[in-house]
Structures are given as C-alpha cells and as structure tokens.
Design a protein around this ligand. Sequence first.
Ligand SMILES: O=CN(O)C[C@@H](CC1CCCC1)C(=O)N1NCCC[C@H]1C(=O)Nc1ccccn1
Ligand code: NI
Length: 184
Amino acid sequence: MILMKDIVRDGDPVLRKVAAPVAFPLNKEDHQLAKDMMGYLINSQDPEIAQKHQLRAGVGLAAPQVGRSIKMAAVLVPDNDGNIVLQEILCNPVITRESVRPAALAEGEGCLSVDEDVPGYVVRHDRITIRYQDINGDKKILRLKDYPAIVCQHEIDHLNGHLFYDHIDKKHPFNIDPDAVIVK
Ligand SMILES: O=CN(O)C[C@@H](CC1CCCC1)C(=O)N1NCCC[C@H]1C(=O)Nc1ccccn1
Ligand code: NI
C-alpha cells in the first residue's frame, strides 16, 4: 500500500528527470506498481481510509512521484458529483494533439510532491488527444477536455520532469488569455 511517506517531494532530482519508456509485457514489479498507484488514488478518495492512513486525496499519481523514473501514471478522475469519469493507467503517453485554446483550474493546482501552495493559473490546453498503452500494452487513444484533460496534462508533465508551477507566470500569476476556459 502506498502511503504519503512513499511520495517523493520537490527537490528530489527524480522529479526533474525524463522518465524511461515502459516495455511490455510489464515485468512483475512494474505491474504491481501500476496496481499500487491506482490503489493509492482509490484509498485516498475514500474518506475513512484516507483519514485512517493520513492520505492526501489525489486524482492522479505518476511513477516518478514514488521514486520510479518510468513512463507510467494512474488517473482516477471524478466529476463534481463524485462520479468517476476517467480511470486508467497511462503507459508511454504522448499528447498528439492539443487545442490552441488554453484552460486552467480556477483554484490553481497543487501536487502531492509539492508541499507548499503556489498560487496562480497553471496554463494548459483545454482539449488534448493522448496516445498511450494501457496496463496490458494495448494501444489506446483518449480525447479529453476541461478537468480530465488538465489532470492528464499534469501527470504527463511528471513523466517529462515538469511540475505544475513551471506553467505559472511568475510576474503575473493570475493573468490569463481572455479566451481561456477557467475550469471549476
Ligand atoms: O501528480 C499528481 N498529483 O500531484 C496529485 C494531484 C493531481 C491534480 C492536481 C491538479 C490536476 C491534477 C492531486 O490530485 N492533488 N493535488 C494536491 C492536493 C489536491 C489533490 C487533488 O486535486 N485532489 C482531489 C481533487 C478532486 C477530487 C479529489 N481529490
Ligand atoms: Ni503532481
């Protein structure tokens, strides 16, 4: 079971590396890691389990955040009513298309690997197309917009050594294109 103590924090170089592609079939260790990463998200979104184990609720987790520099991330994305709209293990994900139109979370972003708050709009793309392989190595395509698109961009960033605050305008953190979608 992954706990907060297993989550690597900003300053550790692993968070700034470009992670290595995963090979299929996944070896036992990487297959178990995928299960454990999704398990963390499921546990963290259950108030009782999260409270018991002091887990910060998360909607995504990338392998570098648990010290493994491989291109694998788990996403478990609820809508505002708490219904799961995206549950997937993204292996070797590549964003093949991205809208010109920007989007940002109204509340800004945080990261389980970044303990301090960094205020400001994290400017991303409102719509993206992702090509990836699932846990079995099957090639998949995802076309996403708004919140699920933002979550996946945050996770794919981790696999390429980027953190959310890299996308905040230092001088004008709350400046954003008037055409941007502000996602609640
Ligand atoms: O790389 C992955 N991470 O760093 C975990 C992050 C990923 C999200 C941040 C913005 C887009 C993706 C994460 O989930 N959070 N960031 C820090 C604390 C809050 C938490 C969160 O947004 N929780 C949440 C939201 C809705 C419903 C349930 N829980
Ligand atoms: Ni993160």
